[in-house]
Design a protein around this ligand. Sequence first.
Ligand code: ATP
Length: 306
Amino acid sequence: MIGTVSDTKTIASARGLGKRFGDFAALDGIDFSLQEKKIYGLLGRNGAGKTTLMQIVTGQEFPTSGAVEVFGQAPHENARVLTDVCFVKESQKYPDDFKVRHVLASARHLLPHWNEELAQTLMEDFDLPSCRKVKKLSRGMTSALGVTVGLASRAPLTLFDEPYLGLDAVARHLFYDRLLADYAEHPRTVVLSTHLIDEVSDLIEHVILIDKGRIVLDEDADALRGGAVVVSGLASLVAAFTSNKTVLHRESLGSHERATVQTTLSDTERDRAVDEGLQFEPLSLQQLVVRSTTAAGTTTRKEDAR
Ligand SMILES: Nc1ncnc2c1ncn2[C@@H]1O[C@H](COP(=O)(O)OP(=O)(O)OP(=O)(O)O)[C@@H](O)[C@H]1O
């Protein structure tokens, strides 16, 4: 086992996980673990490696290096593992003549934690026609069907790969609300890959941020929010304040400067800095992710063939 014996809450873990397509490294030797009963935000720019990571965790792709374990075993073609996993992705293919009700019937058959009552409630919420062929659904309805399957699966490990594509704002918020409500009663591990960070920032308990195939942040969301500040003021004061700190971003505004700094400030430190003339602004999760990705962007991906 990759997880340690005392680490009983780890349900999935990867060590040195790499995936190459030719000499291009989509994943570049990453380590991470997923704990039970937690909602993860899997964040990163286009092409960062999020889908590749989820495909490997769900046994749909092989890594080219390193190893991954889910519920203590390798996931690939492992029925014992995969019955407890539900992966919702936009590119999900169904047989040509499949209707919505056939999708639900298959999910009911394949997923042992399936909850039919929740599935029916979501069908009504999203106004999904059970007798319509899946290939005749609109893009938003296709996403809503995926979301319905993912939530009603109540799988101990449920992964949503950008589940909102095509969903309008009302439907997206319905999804977030239903996810939170059902999660509160039936906690499980949820991985949500998304670009709409502000929308999900209250939902996410832990952030895994990937950039160019590497993990650049892997932290609890609350710790992240409290672990960075935006400080501004006279350039000389900002320079003194940031001298021994990690600066994620810096912008000059004439004689003034504004810097995003990775630091945890005590009340005393903050009060002293304010007395000296510095100002502080809160940082949203989205801003932090953008800053962290930009800061990490100075490194290059190994043998980047693009
Ligand atoms: N089968 C493949 N052959 C070649 N390159 C691939 C293949 N699959 C993925 N890639 C490349 O690997 C990188 C990571 O792709 P991936 O789909 O995992 O990114 P992502 O983070 O999910 O992106 P997005 O947010 O745009 O969906 C991309 O550069 C992509 O082009």
